[in-house]
Design a protein around this ligand. Sequence first.
Ligand SMILES: [Zn+2]
Length: 193
Amino acid sequence: MIVVCPSCSSKYSVHSEVIGEGKMVRCAMCGTTWQQYPVKEKTSKNTSDLLQSIFFWFIVFITVFSILFVPKTVSKYWPAAASFYKVIGMNNSPDQKAFVIKNVSSFFVKRNGNLYMGIKGELSNVSEEVQMVPKLIIGLKEDSNTSDSSFQTSWTHRLNYKKLLPNQKIIFETDLKNVPYTNLICDIKLNTL
Ligand SMILES: [Zn+2]
């Protein structure tokens, strides 16, 4: 190992065994004495290059592996990936069980002389993962017990949100023109496509 005098910077080549765990040494040039501890020799360049390249390929392998074989986990941390999986045909559409629709109510609004029936409610993500927000399919039909006519209609409502965080909830509101407004049953489905 190379021992350097802290005072005059003279260099001495000394066998590591001489220093052992540490030893008082004295500079022959300037007479300074100091406690010299073993000097760690630098790892050879080749070894560290090899380690670096192993580490690099390990990271590449892990990345490729997770993208190909763990779509669910990747989507969890990187929600934008969900649409990517759809394109290449892997099934990663929003989980129906991840959502709960609550507090659905109807109301009427008059706009430009037309009567609209509005439906509003609350969509929440009850899962522990970020979910892509599905479209809502709102269906309205006349309660068949009270009427012979079979008014039935449905429409799709797209929410302004792309994704919902765990426990996040959003209010949706949608309306339809010229609805017969007696004894209607409202049915809301999630369109996960
Ligand atoms: Zn010296």
